[in-house]
Design a protein around this ligand. Structure first.
Ligand code: FAD
Length: 308
């Protein structure tokens, strides 16, 4: 460890191609930030992701436990996938952003520190959270992913389920649907541990008041004042219909699931048999109601993006 400042300067010039131009800090460990690539915008469908990267040589925020580095690794770039989020509304005009007004990509990221004394492999988020406005970083060359609104009809019902920062792609998708005047009902469910971790809540509650086909449900599993409910309970206990008016009809509904793999509940396939995780995730619950998972070349009405 301990590269010379000249060497760090050279590595940054080699690897970094974008700047962090705006930083909002809803919580010390939960950031919304905007990145502007040097070469301008790249083709993007709301819901997709790109990569962000920083050198392993960069410092971490205080509180991150030890990391195990292999010899020479400190000169490498550490990259992770990040869904592109969206501010939806231009706060200066109060209107939905028009595409020409946006020359940045917004990200919604949570800090994952190593809280133990056992070394982990190098992590990106403790390095991201040491950045300041104006600092440089690596931005992936293209946007990737099938998690988007392709194939959706204007009158379809759209149900978005997110845990934590899994709300990021849904912000961009909600922006797209409201901009294109989607006619079917849209329900966005966001589940966090604490209410303070719902950084976009004010924006979405305002949008829901302004758009009669848009509903939001925010849930927090560790707030003593709230019942301990998970997104799965909204369906299994019939709460979705009560809280949003949406009935789950597989013939006209597309469901999007993003974030924690336990909420998603992707089955393993062993000898042709699907083995679902326990407790049940949303895939099992929805398949029992006639929904099918979408895959490349095999369109369905359950779409998911697992963050780990
Ligand atoms: C397609 C895709 C899009 C993603 N988009 C986002 C995004 O928009 N925002 C975001 O915060 N993360 C996102 N992630 C996760 C992201 O890629 C990193 O894994 C995460 O930021 C942690 O990076 P790290 O290097 O610090 O730790 P890692 O070594 O990558 O992960 C360490 C552990 O942290 C946990 N973890 C990872 N991501 C999260 C998370 N978001 N919340 C809570 N625990 C987590 C997992 O248990 C994981 O094993 C996405 C992942 C994928 C695959």
């Amino acid at each position: 460890m301990g590269l010379a400042p000249e060497e760090i300067k050279t590595l940054r010039e080699k690897f970094y191609n974008a700047a962090l131009i705006e930083l909002f800090e809803p919580q010390k460990d939960l950031w919304i930030f905007r990145v502007k690539p040097d070469k301008g915008q790249v083709p993007f469908k709301p819901g997709q992701y790109t990569t962000l990267g920083l050198g392993i040589w960069e410092s971490c925020v205080a509180g991150n436990g030890p990391e195990a580095l292999k010899p020479g690794q400190e000169k490498q770039l550490l990259r992770r996938a990040y869904s592109v989020s969206h501010p939806v509304v231009n706060s200066k005009t109060g209107d939905l952003y028009s595409p020409s007004e946006i020359d940045f990509y917004e990200f919604y990221v949570t800090l994952v520190v190593n809280e133990s004394s056992t070394p982990t492999s190098p992590r990106l988020t403790p390095r991201i959270f040491a950045l300041k406005k104006g600092d440089r970083l690596s931005f992936g060359p293209k946007m990737t992913g099938h998690y988007n609104l392709d194939g959706i009809q204007k009158t379809d019902q759209i149900l978005l389920f997110a845990t934590g920062t899994g709300e990021a792609p849904h912000n961009a998708m909600v922006w797209q649907m409201l901009t294109e005047k989607h006619e079917g009902p849209i329900v966005s469910v966001v589940c966090t541990r604490y209410a303070k971790d719902q950084a976009y809540r004010g924006l979405h509650e305002k949008l829901a008041k302004e758009h009669k086909n848009y509903h939001v449900i925010y849930m927090a599993t560790r707030e003593p004042s709230q019942p301990k409910l998970y997104p799965q309970d909204l369906i299994t206990r019939g709460l979705l219909e009560k809280q949003s008016g949406m009935t789950l009809d597989a013939a006209k509904t597309h469901v999007y699931l993003c974030g924690n793999p336990s909420m998603i509940g992707r089955p393993e396939v062993k000898e042709g048999q699907k083995i679902y995780p326990k407790p049940a995730g949303l895939i099992e619950i929805l398949e029992n109601k006639g929904f099918t998972v979408s895959a490349p070349g095999r369109p369905g009405n359950i779409h998911f993006e697992a963050y780990w």
